[in-house]
Design a protein around this ligand. Structure first.
Ligand code: MTE
Ligand code: MO
Length: 524
């Protein structure tokens, strides 16, 4: 009896040739990126997983690095970044294919991990909306499908070769499958790129036209108009940090060229406007603080920007509003609607705008590109229709706005308010001299006084920042002398006409919150 084991000569289990393996990896990831880009182009351009990952890289990079990239590559820095990303992703994809020569599982795992990265980047976008998840979902599905199907094809071909079977699957079948996937990816990715670029081009064009018209830079806000060094917001809110409220599931995408506005209803003459018509009229810049009616006492649904646009009152005068019309009913391209009191719009000094720009640039898509309404002193839900395409002069009796139908008030004047930004609730600060700071607003009369008190003691005047205008917020600060222990600071504002903010607490529903903001913190 022999002790030597005789292994039967069995054919080694089939494995995909290295080159084919790498190709399968590349094609799977390529198909994923292309599918994601195409769906994003249709649904919402920023949700392209490839672009979203790029944006996330920029946001998460240390500032020094992004500044270096800017100085080294100038405006091409984005392109350099995306090209670099493409190289890294291609290397990972080829590696994943090489690791999957026998089974497609390692490749599928890599595709899934890349897919999750895409999901995370899209979900972390500043203007994320649930429908944005469609693009990374499409990418993941395409990547996994191609990985499984192409790999199976390549493996069958390899097995046939091992068995040296005649009439087995030919090399051509694999090549054909790979070419089909490659061609489909190129088509999908190309179409996606066109769609994505179309949206971006239109915005860039508007920004360039604003620059040419002399509105590139938001006008200088006087120094001393804000106290960010002690905790207030900056005077102008960056467009990307501007609070955002809307019921749009996905941000409407409309090019400026396709935009139209019809002013009609109870008017002498219907007015029809294109974007070029708007630009041809005199543009005006107005710095305006906007507020949402849902903003609770102490809340942050309040922001300020320099808006550029066309005077809405002048347009309405051109149309000739009938005296019976008490409501200007605006509809946006996504179907949302809001009614604004005509008497407010027609106040000579109110300054209502059809805005096309914000802080020296075209509006951001999520803030109403290409055109929105802005009315100083009215909450957004009755005045600030984004993506506006229709303005009907009518009556409150005839039509009700979206939030009116849901129990909110008919007219939405912004209530006088003030907020403490420093110290923060539950903060621990050093006992001794503590600087409290915050904001106050009362449109259109402005703020003449802000008072603070500690632990229910006497009210004392805070120092007011340089006044900008009655329709913007005004910052304040006050140095307090505090012993160790828990403290409560409160603030209250007085309007330009001498009316002090009410202490009476009210919830935001139905016409805006009221009451004095209080912050409890500890000095130690
Ligand atoms: N088309 C559209 N416009 C809209 C809304 C909306 O839901 N859809 N919300 C309004 C509300 S309630 C507010 S407070 C402001 C907010 O504008 P912002 O997102 O640019 O800050 O937009 C207004 N315009
Ligand atoms: Mo709002």
């Amino acid at each position: 009896m022999s002790t030597t084991e005789v292994r039967p000569a069995r054919p080694s289990s089939p494995s995909v040739p290295a080159g084919t393996g790498a190709l399968v990896g590349l094609l799977s990831v390529g198909a994923a990126l292309a599918a994601g880009h195409l769906v994003a182009g249709i649904v919402s351009p920023p949700s392209s997983p490839f672009l979203a990952v790029g944006d996330a890289v920029v946001r998460l990079s240390p500032q020094g690095l992004t500044e270096f990239a800017k100085s080294a590559f100038g405006t091409a820095d984005k392109t350099v970044l995306l090209a670099g990303m493409a190289v890294v992703i291609a290397a990972v994809a080829a590696g994943a294919g090489l690791a999957s020569r026998r089974s497609s599982t390692p490749g599928a795992v890599v595709v899934a991990v890349l897919g999750l990265l895409g999901f995370a980047a899209v979900a972390a976008m500043p203007a994320f909306a649930p429908l944005d998840l469609l693009a990374p979902a499409a990418a993941l599905a395409a990547g996994l499908t191609v990985m499984r199907r192409l790999h199976a094809l390549a493996l069958r071909r390899a097995a046939d070769e091992v068995r040296a079977e005649d009439g087995g699957m030919s090399r051509r079948t694999v090549l054909l499958g790979a070419s089909a996937v490659g061609a489909a990816s190129l088509l999908a990715g190309g179409a996606g790129a066109l769609l994505v670029r179309g949206a971006g081009d239109s915005r860039q064009m508007v920004t360039a036209r604003l620059a040419a018209a002399g509105f590139a830079q938001a006008s200088a806000i006087p120094p001393g108009a804000a106290f960010p060094e002690v905790g207030t917001p900056t005077f102008l809110t960056q467009a990307a940090d501007f609070y955002r409220i809307d019921v749009a599931l996905r941000i409407p995408r409309m090019s400026a060229q396709d935009w139209r506005l019809r002013i009609h209803g109870m008017v002498d003459r219907e007015v029809n406007l294109t974007f070029d018509d708007l630009m041809a009229r005199g543009l005006v810049a107005r710095t305006i603080t906007m507020t949402c009616v849902s903003n609770p006492v102490g809340g942050d649904l309040i922001s300020t920007a320099e808006f550029v646009g066309v005077d809405l009152r002048a347009l309405l005068m051109e149309a000739g509003v009938h005296p019976e019309a008490d409501q200007a009913f605006a509809t946006s391209v996504d179907g949302w609607y809001a009614g604004t009191p005509v008497d407010v719009l027609m106040e000579p000094d109110r300054g209502a705008l059809l805005a096309v720009g914000m802080n020296g640039e075209a509006l951001l898509p999520e803030h109403g590109f290409p055109v929105r309404m802005v009315v100083p002193g009215l909450y957004g839900y009755v005045s600030a229709t984004k993506w506006i395409t229709d303005l009907e002069l009518t009556t409150f009796a005839a039509r009700s706005g979206y939030w009116l139908e849901r129990g909110w008030a008919e007219r939405g004047p912004i209530k006088t308010g003030s907020r403490i930004d420093a110290p923060r609730t539950s903060a621990r600060v050093r006992a001794g001299r503590v600087t409290a700071a915050g904001i106050a607003w009362s449109q259109p009369d402005g703020i003449s006084r802000v008072e603070v008190r500690v632990d229910g003691g006497l009210w004392r005047d805070a120092e007011l920042a340089t006044d900008v205008s009655g329709v913007t917020w005004r910052m304040w600060r006050a140095d307090l002398d505090l012993g160790a222990g828990s403290h409560t600071v409160q603030c209250r504002a007085t309007t330009g006409t001498g009316v002090t903010q009410t202490e009476a607490y009210a919830d935001p529903v139905p016409d805006g919150a009221s009451g004095w903001h209080a912050v409890v913190f500890t000095a130690e």
